[in-house]
Design a protein around this ligand. Structure first.
Ligand code: BGC
Length: 384
């Protein structure tokens, strides 16, 4: 049963003034207020209750977040006719998420992306993490932040926002230090979802948090091969066969990796003359961004048939562009849709993969007394 937690009347009343020949007639229309509502989304295998929070803005845009994995299960955006439809892959029930989801919509931590052989050292002390992906460590391990239940608290303010917190205990999944994490999801009046990540530790550790939403701007129909992508980046990180960066920062110019101008995802994705396309099975690479700590534009995606446009802004120094190459039609998601190869794409804002082992990459170390802080914004509009 739905319980209204908070109704936020964000906007003053809209006032439309129509000038008549003599008098000024005023018609006052109150837009539907933004809100956060809470409902139950079942429970985990160990009987922990999972809640769903629905954030809604005054335009009618909706984002549903569950406390399991901080997962965004549903996310609507308008098409060129103003129709709000769901544009992320996911499941209808908690069992789908627990049965082996490829991180649909989830918060990823402590370390998003890969760490070679699951090993890294801090001040001469070596740590070993799960080798859960071709012998490498991926997305925080066997029970990463995508599989834990976060504490949720709706925030007061003029925009609907949900604060999620999680304490990852010292040596959880092999990472040192008690890490206190906070993630705030805010749905703004301009159809953006802002994600603010922060964390503190009591012992030096490594952190790299992100969100793993798979977008399909054609309301989850078909593949994303027609989506036009622009990346604000002229270098990317080539990888080994097991998808660990080689350490090189390679210019994208004259390669299928060049998205400095808009290209359809599918235009060059099968260009197997480029070894990196072969290793990634398509795009599965980190692109280098400015990373100056400001919210810079990192990526733009436009789906020509629906007219939906998404812009991604981030303070992070890299963004992983993953074209859903490992989806293979075996998963059936919301509304019975089969998730075929490349039916969704991810743009994961983050630090560089394998940074703990590559001293030339920006540091991912977090020390006691410091605060890890990053922000990413996904903004929706339309192109007619
Ligand atoms: C990685 C892919 C991986 C996927 C898991 C992405 O972030 O880059 O290689 O298969 O996550 O769903």
């Amino acid at each position: 049963m739905k319980k209204i937690i908070l109704m936020l009347v964000c906007l003053p009343m809209f006032v439309f003034a129509c000038k008549g020949s003599k008098n000024v007639e005023e018609t006052t229309v109150t837009p539907p207020p933004s809100s956060i509502t809470k409902s139950s989304f079942g429970q985990t295998r160990d009987s922990i209750a999972v809640d769903m929070y629905t954030l809604k803005n005054e335009n009618g845009m909706e984002v549903k977040i569950i406390t399991y994995g901080g997962i965004i299960t549903n996310w609507t955006a308008p098409d060129k006719n103003g129709k709000y439809e769901d544009i992320v892959l996911g499941f209808d029930s908690i069992s789908g998420y627990m049965r082996g989801s490829p991180y649909f919509g989830a918060l990823i931590g402590r370390f998003g992306n890969r760490i070679a052989k699951g090993k890294f050292s801090i001040n001469g002390q070596q740590y070993t993490l799960a080798g859960n992906n071709m012998g490498n460590h991926l997305h925080g391990g066997l029970k990463g932040f995508d599989k834990v239940v976060w504490k949720a608290e709706p925030m007061e303010g003029k925009e609907p926002a949900l604060k999620l917190t999680y304490l990852s205990k010292d040596m959880e999944e092999g990472y040192p230090g008690n890490l206190n994490c906070t993630v705030i999801y805010t749905l703004t009046a301009d159809n953006s979802v802002k994600i603010d990540y922060s964390a503190t530790t009591d012992k030096e550790t490594i952190v790299n948090l992100t969100n793993h939403s798979y977008f399909n701007l054609n309301a989850n129909q078909g593949t994303i091969l027609d989506h036009m992508v622009t990346l604000n980046s002229d270098k990317y990180l080539p990888v080994s066969r097991t998808l660990i960066p080689t350490g090189e920062l390679r210019p994208v110019a004259n390669t299928p990796f060049d998205f400095t101008t808009p290209y359809a995802v599918g235009a060059r994705i099968n260009d197997t003359t480029d070894q990196q396309i072969v290793f990634g099975g398509g795009y599965d690479h980190a692109y280098i961004l400015k990373g100056d700590g400001k919210l810079n534009l990192a990526a733009t995606v436009v789906a020509p048939s629906s007219g939906r446009k998404m812009e991604v802004f981030t303070t992070e120094p890299a963004i992983q562009f993953y074209s859903g190459n490992f989806l293979d039609g075996k998963l059936t998601g919301k509304n019975g849709v089969k998730y075929v190869k490349r039916s969704g794409l991810c743009l994961e804002s983050e630090h560089y993969p394998d940074a703990p082992n590559q001293p030339a990459f920006p540091s991912v170390a977090l020390k006691p007394g410091e605060t890890y802080k990053t922000s990413t914004v996904y903004k929706f509009s339309v192109v007619k």
